[in-house]
Design a protein around this ligand. Sequence first.
Ligand SMILES: [Zn+2]
Length: 450
Amino acid sequence: MVVLKYAREGNVWWIKGDFHKWKIGSTHTIYVEYEGAPHEAVRPPWDGGFTWSHDSLGNLWASVSCQGLGASVWWPCKDAQWDEPDSGMNLSIRATGNAMVVSNGRWQQRSISAPKGDMLWHVANPINNYDATFYLGNYAHWHDTLIGEKGLLDLDFYPLAYHEGQARKHFAMVKDMIHCFEYWMGPYPFYEDGYKLVEAPYLGMEHQSAVAYGNNYLMGYKGRDRSGTGIGMNFDFIIVHESGHEWFGNNITSKDIADMWIHEGLTSYSESLYAEWLLGKEKGMEYNRGGWANIRNDKNIIGEYGVNDEGSGDMYNKGAAIIHMIRVMLNDDEKFRKMLRGMGKEFYHQTVTTTQVEEYINNTTGLNLKPFFNQYLRTKMVPQLEYYVKDDSFHYRFTNILPDFTMPIKVNGGRKDYIFTTTSDWQSAPWMGKKDPEISKDFLITKSEH
Ligand SMILES: [Zn+2]
């Protein structure tokens, strides 16, 4: 064993050694002993760190959340999203008293590698470092299973002990939700680690295989519907959204947080898919469109690369709108479903860039969406459709677009729908429909009738 020298530069620790002599593909071990006073979260889960809380009976209830802030706030790690431990992770945690500790992966009953008194949890799969966590509290626990696409999936639930009755009813939706997600997005990506839902002292977080739940057993988002349509009151937003991240965020992780729309846009879309599963396609689409009212167009969805810039909060609803529009343009739900499922396979347990996702979608749909992605991800401009009907012709064009942007717009003329592939040039087409054409609501555009 060699003792290595190290030096500190801000939050970065440089370890010095003969690493250049290590052969690519070889395996080495570095032991790091590390201690300190944990940083307390200011406004979890958004401004993260440790949450030291108490349940209403006064029992200690603690957890950690650190998305954005970075996992280096509580353990020494390569604090970057583009790399993940390829053979998983062990988390060994000791609690005093009767508190139960829940973490990612599976509890190791007979552990020889953890110090006596520690609870050891083992994650078998690659995991992005902000997803590693622990929950400590006075929990109830029950186990369930479902027969999924990859066989038997273990489901474990950990509500606070005095919420067990309520939780058994409220968490019952999980099975059906996972069937829905598997149908649309492919097998749950972490069968080896199981699925857990754990009551947390903060709203929620997509902690891989141990989803944090803090929505107080309410429907919607803290008891209200973020889509403004009422449809969101048919399910618990936090369970659906944070579980959706297992597919987009945890299975497929963006290398750079500038590309975080891959997590949030697709996961927000998964909410619409669940609404559709419950209430039918039109309601699912209405839920999605309802969320567009939250779009601010304040800045580009894609942030600046390499400088820890996550881009606009529009990554949620505008990101979901992008997926919605692709589905509408494709006009073939089976192909669309294959595209979503294929993405989970193509990028299984990988970190990716927007460019890779774009290329994948272009290839599987056969649509040339390059200008479309550029417009909606890399500008904040919303295309404006200008149109009028004159002399039995429909005249139309886009303004506020990139030079090569084009999109097929569906227009209802009363008896039938027309599709006009619209560009920046004025075009016209024969029009037999009614005087006041109805422009499809399924495109995120503004409209101006001349
Ligand atoms: Zn999210």
